[in-house]
Ligand binder design. Structure first.
Ligand SMILES: Cc1ncc(C[n+]2csc(CCOP(=O)(O)OP(=O)(O)O)c2C)c(N)n1
Length: 317
């Protein structure tokens, strides 16, 4: 778990470097969300369960089997990238073989798609679980309400995960909703809602595991709200100094989930400084390799512009 969190962080940091060097147009970060993401995805079965992630879910897609090379190919918009052959926004993850389903630029739509896939799994009698995620801003969209209502009525095997990082770009949570915990709404749809510390991957894993068990057993949906903090601006196009103080960000940096988890693993005797340094070195090599590979890879060809607009055969079995 720690290694995957570290890999997500270092890949994300490298993307910012590439952006600042003028080599890539756009970054949207997972930094601060890694524990929630890896904790959730750890409880899913790779290649069997569906994930309908949102744009910050780098930790989820890595856990589900996307490689650093694939992540960087998509980031640079290369033809070989699994998400769209270079035609999607960076961070709009998709990988048909891994059952990672692409998202729209319109936030929260993936929740509706997740309910549909959950319904299909139900009709087919499969014990597949469907994960979908969004921020607390997106949780205010009608799509999330409709998806959760449908999932409640039909007891769908869908796990709705809200990564509540307190801001929807510049809008603070108190201006988005009149309640403290968005998970409280789950009761209104007829299934459990749990609020969990999203800085703690083990705590997140525990609630997610229970949600997966419920879903597989036909008991229906769960709503998980993981409280996190976004350590970067919203995206590489955002200046967060206009809506949050540097003191707030600095205080949150001290509670960085990566640092907290490393400390805990050291305290419990699972990792030591030498092993941490080894992991850093190994992850750096992977990130270097992925960057070099993707930088050299070919761009999509102009004549392929319409290639992925219409399906010729079902992409997902
Ligand atoms: C329907 C819709 N409204 C607005 C936007 C512009 N937009 C993109 S991301 C975003 C913020 C979403 O915030 P949240 O769901 O809390 O996720 P976070 O980025 O904080 O992780 C907004 C407003 C959009 N893409 N789609």
């Amino acid at each position: 778990m720690y290694r995957t969190m570290l890999l997500a962080r270092r890949l994300d940091e490298r993307q910012w470097v590439m952006n600042r060097m003028g080599k890539a147009p756009f970054v949207i970060s997972c930094q601060g969300h890694e524990a929630a993401q890896v904790g959730c995805a750890w409880a899913l079965e790779r290649g069997k369960d569906f994930t309908l992630p949102y744009y910050r879910d780098l930790g989820v897609v890595l856990t589900m089997g996307m490689t650093p090379r694939e992540v960087m190919l998509d980031f640079f918009g290369r033809a070989e990238g699994p998400s769209s052959g270079g035609r999607q926004m960076p961070g709009h993850y998709s990988h048909p073989k891994l059952r990672i389903v692409s998202q729209s630029s319109t936030v929260a739509v993936q929740a509706v798609h997740a309910a549909g896939i959950g319904y299909a799994a139900r009709l087919r009698g499969e014990d597949t679980v469907v994960y979908t995620s969004f921020g607390e801003g997106s949780a205010q969209q009608g799509d999330v309400h409709e998806a959760m209502n449908w999932a409640g009525i039909y007891k769908l095997p869908v796990i709705f995960v809200c990564q509540n990082n307190k801001y929807a770009i510049s809008v603070s949570a108190s201006k988005q909703m009149a309640i403290e915990n968005v998970a409280d709404r789950a009761a209104g749809y007829g299934f459990p809602g749990v609020t969990v510390d999203g800085r703690d991957p083990i705590a997140v894993y525990a609630v997610m595991k229970r949600a997966v068990e419920r879903a597989r057993a036909g008991e229906g949906a769960t709503f998980i709200e993981a409280k996190v903090y976004r350590l970067t601006p919203h995206s590489s196009d955002d200046d967060d100094r206009s809506y949050r103080s540097r003191e707030e960000v600095e205080a949150e940096r001290k509670r960085d989930p990566l640092l907290l988890f490393a400390d805990r693993l050291k305290r419990e005797g699972i990792l030591d400084d030498a092993r941490l340094a080894e992991l850093e070195e190994a992850v750096k090599k992977e990130v270097d390799d992925a960057t070099a590979y993707a930088e050299k890879a070919a761009d999509p060809r102009p004549e392929d512009l319409y290639a992925r607009l219409y399906a010729s055969e079902p992409a997902i079995g």
